[in-house]
Design a protein around this ligand. Structure first.
Ligand code: KG4
Ligand code: ZN
Length: 335
């Protein structure tokens, strides 16, 4: 089965062609530079960019996969959650392609696609796991009991981990999105230089909270403005902020895995690109005898390949294709 998949939930226009669990192409056109000057994603601009990029990106994905549109067996697109107008562009265009080709259409939950992205290329090795989805908009802890059967255990009650990276980075004078830059600067910084809070670390729930950490960095910088004139202090601040975020993410993920009795941990979403998070998860999993599966770095950030692979899994398991009068679900919460 060959699937053409489309993803336009936020600021990446992406199209992919997948066949039998393999990615034939995964074209991503990022709008990061466009939104950087505003310090965050501007929804109206994102939608317009998706309109402009949709056809070139879809053409590039087909051409790289060396597949003609006539060979496509099914179409998939992100149905939600995401920015309404951004979702509309990709979802409606994909439905139009399915209508024209008279092929099945599958609308996919963006977070469910992240959830299974660590298994791309290795679904045959699947084992029950605790999965951490960490992106710019979400931080979710999920128990995945079997393929396509999962239950959300907890989520952030305020800011997402990626948002905390981006907003504290902005306070340090870094460009949006600041996550990758904090990761880079933290490498030469001292993670113990500054002691920032680890919110909800010892809380009994599987929920997360990052707004208190963000506020604490804001007040700390207000009281110590001179630190921002010293490059090494900025690196230390990056390392210390990163250490606080990573410690909470890793500790709560491992605790949930122990409690639920699973032997495997997975992670996905943009923040899973973070080297410290990858290293600390690896270290903690090794110590506890857990298998760790991290989404590949190019599949951590938003992409259409994960949408296509999940759609294929659903069709393979007999989940029926959708009617073409389905609508986007901007607030679609992973259950
Ligand atoms: O999954 P994603 O591409 O988009 C959303 O659905 O949000 O995630 C983007 C987020 C941003 O907050 C960005 O700063 C963060 O992922 N991110 C990182 C790194 N690379 C991307 N955060 C920390 N370290 C990184 N290396
Ligand atoms: Zn995402």
């Amino acid at each position: 089965m060959i699937i053409l998949a489309i993803e336009t939930s936020c600021d990446e226009t992406s199209a992919a062609v997948v066949r039998n669990g393999k990615i034939l192409s995964n074209t991503v056109s990022s709008q990061i530079e466009l939104h950087a000057e505003y310090g965050g994603v501007v929804p109206e601009l994102a939608a317009r960019e998706h309109l402009k990029n949709f056809l070139p990106v879809a053409r590039a994905a087909l051409s790289e996969a060396k597949i003609s549109i006539a060979e496509i067996d099914a179409i998939a697109a992100t149905q939600g959650p995401g920015l309404p107008n951004a979702l509309l562009v990709g979802f409606k265009a994909a439905q139009a392609v399915a209508f024209t080709l008279e092929k099945p259409f599958v609308g996919v939950n963006h977070h469910e696609a992240h959830l299974y992205s660590p298994w791309i290329g290795g679904f045959e090795k699947f084992q029950p796991n605790i999965s951490l989805i960490v992106s710019g908009g979400h931080t979710i802890l999920v128990l995945v009991e079997s393929e396509l059967k999962h239950r959300v255990l907890g989520a952030t009650i305020d800011d997402a981990a990626g948002e905390c990276f981006d907003k504290t980075g902005k306070m340090l004078g870094l460009n949006y999105p600041a996550g990758p830059e904090i990761d880079r600067l933290a490498e030469k910084g001292n993670p113990k230089a500054f002691d920032f809070p680890r919110p909800l670390l010892h809380d009994a729930s599987d929920d997360f909270s990052f707004s208190g950490l963000k506020t604490s960095v804001r007040y700390f910088l207000r009281d110590h403005p001179d630190l921002l004139n010293d490059e090494q202090k900025i690196r230390d601040l990056c390392a210390s902020i990163q250490a606080a975020i990573v410690e909470v993410l890793v500790a709560k993920t491992i605790r949930a895995a122990k409690r639920e009795g699973v032997r495997c941990v997975t992670a996905s979403g943009g923040v899973t690109c973070n080297r410290s998070l990858r290293n600390e998860l690896e270290h903690a999993c090794k110590k506890n005898g857990f298998t760790l599966r991290l989404a590949e770095k190019n599949l951590c950030t938003d992409n259409a390949a994960m949408i296509g692979i999940l759609a294929e899994q659903k069709l393979k398991q007999g989940i029926p294709a959708q009617d073409l009068d389905e609508e986007i679900k901007p607030g679609w919460v992973l259950a």
